[in-house]
Design a protein around this ligand. Structure first.
Ligand SMILES: Cc1cc2nc3c(=O)[nH]c(=O)nc-3n(C[C@H](O)[C@H](O)[C@H](O)COP(=O)(O)OP(=O)(O)OC[C@H]3O[C@@H](n4cnc5c(N)ncnc54)[C@H](O)[C@@H]3O)c2cc1C
Length: 416
């Protein structure tokens, strides 16, 4: 079923009786050519591009819970490509370009809204660093504007410019950055993959891997054994647990990140704003809620909820940047499990097991990567070679010292 304005009008006039389920609910087959583990944004995008762009068939996505229940439906919806390092910038810009055509591509309204991402700076040194990053972005053909204080004031006059302990000195703006309705991304990719014959199997947890003579043969699941010629794992915060079935110990730790939504307010925020002197970033949803977040909780956990210490820290950051939000009520808080890699950058690579591929280490920034991650993982699965924008995302970079350490924090996932 294709969506269109005409269809909406027709359904409205006929009592909305013609809408169909957006994807099927098939029983798993005995075997597939390719099985993707994890029905999050990255797994579903991989299946979608495998079927659409790389013309692969007999594909399944196995999801232990329900589509949209993981981080793809828990993040704060920000997309951007404002990276510094060569290993990252072309990949995230590739993703941005895919976001720009995504809704037409999969014929689903994902509310892609390029309302701008503004990073505030509060010291001269921070402004120098932003200048360097902005120049690197421009050299890669990406939009970047360095704003002085007055430039920021024109966009967001309500910020605490003068009285704050950390006065605002300017900001780096990426006008093409913005937000996307996160769960619609999962639904859009699921629908697009299903339409191309991909079996999306929910409530199907992978509990083991059958590996014979160094080659993957299939997966043990809560719905029985499923044979597979190729397996792609994209399970985000559960990466270490799933890859342990193949005897692998990953350069990844799992941490909790929380998100917050206030009661609905009249439109006030023009786009995404990040505080440079603390851990706080905020945007406003179309329903009016302020959607915000901050730092990870800082301890290893597989719980999808966080601690009150970070709630206080995030709200302090918000109050120091925008004191007026102190009177808004907080409606909802939740947590997601982050797959934090040792240099803060992701991995899209083959493993030592033939036919077994891995996609993970997205830390707290994998939502914006969803389209490119899916495309590049599909490229690797279909062709056996890395996509040109994802060449650097290899396992052996940790062995060879070729870290892609965007933030310069070293091998400390809790600091990235
Ligand atoms: C609070 C919060 C805010 C964030 N904000 C942003 C942001 O603003 N911008 C941004 O770019 N990124 C953000 N992120 C990060 C981003 O959400 C993640 O990096 C990204 O969603 C991870 O990829 P995914 O969508 O595939 O993960 P998920 O949706 O978590 O998908 C992984 C799936 O694997 C399934 N799974 C796990 N184990 C198994 C198993 N054994 N068998 C079968 N299935 C299994 C899980 O159930 C899950 O559905 C945020 C994350 C959180 C939690």
């Amino acid at each position: 079923m294709r969506y269109s304005g005409f269809r909406v009008i027709k359904e409205a006039l006929t009592g909305h009786k013609g809408w169909q389920p957006v994807w099927r609910d098939p029983e798993p087959q005995a075997s597939y050519d390719c099985v993707i583990v994890g029905g999050g944004g990255h797994g579903l995008a991989t299946a979608y591009y495998l079927a659409k762009e790389f013309r692969q068939a007999r594909i399944a996505v196995l999801e232990k819970g329900y589509i949209g229940g993981g981080n793809v439906g828990r993040n704060t919806t920000i997309i951007r490509s404002n990276y510094l390092l060569d290993g990252n910038e072309p990949f995230y810009e590739f993703s941005m370009k895919l976001w720009e055509g995504l809704e037409q591509d999969f014929n689903y309204n994902a509310m892609v809204s390029q309302r701008g991402v503004l990073n505030l700076c509060h010291t001269d040194a921070q402004r120098d660093a932003f200048t360097r990053r902005g120049n690197a972005m421009r050299l890669n053909g990406v939009d970047a504007e360095l704003l002085d204080r007055e430039g920021v004031r024109r966009i967001a006059p309500f910020l605490n410019f003068d009285n704050a302990r950390f006065p605002i000195k300017g900001g780096l703006l990426q006008p093409r950055g913005g937000t996307v309705r996160h769960d619609a991304v999962a639904w859009g990719y699921a629908r697009g993959a299903d339409m191309r014959g991909v079996d999306i199997i929910q409530n199907c947890e992978v509990t083991g891997m059958r590996i014979e003579n160094g080659r993957i043969k299939g997966l043990e699941t809560t719905r029985g054994f499923i044979g597979a010629a190729k397996v792609g794992v994209a399970v985000a915060g559960s990466s270490s647990r799933v890859m342990a079935h193949a005897g692998m110990r990953l350069p990844i730790e799992s941490h909790v990140l929380q998100a917050f939504v206030s009661e609905g307010l009249k439109p006030v925020l023009p786009g995404v704003i990040t505080y440079g002197a603390g851990h706080f970033y905020v945007s406003q949803s179309d329903k009016g809620g302020l959607v915000f977040g901050g730092d990870i909780d800082g301890y290893n956990s597989y719980a999808q909820r966080g601690g009150l210490a970070v709630v206080e820290d995030v709200c302090e950051g918000g109050m120091s940047l925008m004191p007026m939000i102190g009177r808004a009520r907080l409606l909802r808080i939740w947590g997601g499990i982050m797959d934090m890699s040792m240099d803060g950058s992701p991995i899209i690579d083959k493993t030592h097991v033939e036919g077994l591929y891995f996609n993970g280490g997205w830390c707290y920034g994998g939502f914006k990567a969803t389209p490119a991650s899916g495309w590049c993982f599909a490229h690797l699965l279909a062709t056996g070679t890395p996509h040109q924008t994802a060449r650097a995302y290899r396992f052996d970079r940790f062995q060879k010292g070729l870290m892609i350490d965007e933030k310069g924090m070293g091998a400390q996932p809790n600091l990235h």
